[in-house]
Design a protein around this ligand. Structure first.
Ligand SMILES: C[S@@+](CC[C@H](N)C(=O)[O-])C[C@H]1O[C@@H](n2cnc3c(N)ncnc32)[C@H](O)[C@@H]1O
Length: 281
């Protein structure tokens, strides 16, 4: 065993960057140790950690390794002003054009974000009194969260403020009370009407190209994921996403993210809300 903890941390960072583009800062070393130890335990790997990392480098345990190092924090209607903008501005404008509405959620985690997009679509449809033809593609690199999202069952706390006043959860979820050792918990299950609006797919934002056509989407959500990438890689991802957004389409970014080099090609219409004005040539 001829290596140091630093060697392990550096190897994890190098592997993770190569596979996902995620950059782990130096202050994440404790997290790295905890997560790689957990991966070793969960996969019942008998050798030492450097051997496990060597196998990952050779192509084994790759999905488990990626899933171990993603951060999946999310909730329904996170940064709710984006959903208000969808309901009050973006969707009504798209409805006027009469075309199908094509939406993309590029880091969907456990599904709360794309389901919030779908609920917003249905609410807007009701407000406008017009049937909308809309579809949502939701992708993530983490296969565990995608499975969770497709299953669509969430813990619900009465005290949680996850849903804005204009959403009535019983309209979109079936409620089930489950008894467990610590008492009772309320589970909510996404109704089929909402589920069938979304297609969940695995996709790595770090891939050199994405499986979509040019100008495919009217709406792109890319929130709270760019923060895991270097500034150079954020630019690369944003430019790829931008090529799939229509002119006049809307890009929503997370609260601490910015459009980087796209700044000269977009018009800002709200808090981290950008309309595509022209293509990048
Ligand atoms: C913090 S969550 C954000 C979820 C949601 N967008 C939100 O704002 O609540 C970040 C998500 O980005 C995903 N992710 C990280 N690196 C990725 C990559 N290279 N390609 C695709 N998704 C990635 C993670 O798996 C995780 O689910």
């Amino acid at each position: 065993m001829n290596y140091t903890t630093d060697d392990i941390h550096n190897k994890v960072k190098k592997l993770l960057y190569g596979l996902t583009g995620i950059t782990l800062a130096d202050n994440k070393d404790i997290m790295i140790s905890n997560r790689i130890e957990k991966l070793k335990r969960d996969s019942k790997f008998k050798g030492d950690i450097m051997e496990l990392l060597q196998l990952i480098e050779e192509g084994s345990y790759v999905t488990d390794f990626i899933n171990s190092f993603t951060t999946n924090k999310t909730h329904f209607f996170r940064e709710d002003f984006h959903f208000l903008d969808l309901k009050n501005r973006a969707i009504p404008e798209l409805v006027k054009s009469g075309n199908n509405i094509s939406m993309y959620c590029s880091a969907s985690s456990t599904g709360e974000e794309p389901y919030s997009m779908a609920m917003t679509l249905l609410e807007t449809q009701e407000e406008l009194g017009k049937r909308l033809n809309a579809s949502i593609i939701a992708t993530d690199i983490d296969t565990n969260v995608l499975q969770y999202a497709a299953n669509g069952v969430y813990r619900y706390s009465k005290s949680s403020k996850e849903f804005p006043s204009w959403i009535k959860p019983p309209k979109y979820f079936k409620k089930r009370v489950q008894k467990n050792l610590s008492g009772e918990e309320i589970l909510i299950k996404v109704k089929d009407e909402l589920k069938k609006m979304i297609s969940f797919q695995v996709m790595n934002l770090n891939d050199s190209s994405y499986p979509f056509s040019k100008n495919q989407f009217d709406i792109v959500f890319c929130r709270n994921v760019l923060i895991y990438f270097s500034s150079e890689d954020q630019n690369k991802i944003l430019k790829k996403l931008f090529s799939h957004l229509k002119i006049g389409g809307t890009l929503y970014l997370g609260h601490s993210e910015n459009p980087q080099d796209l700044v000269n090609y977009v018009k800002r219409v709200g808090q981290n809300i950008f309309i595509k004005e022209k293509e990048i040539f």
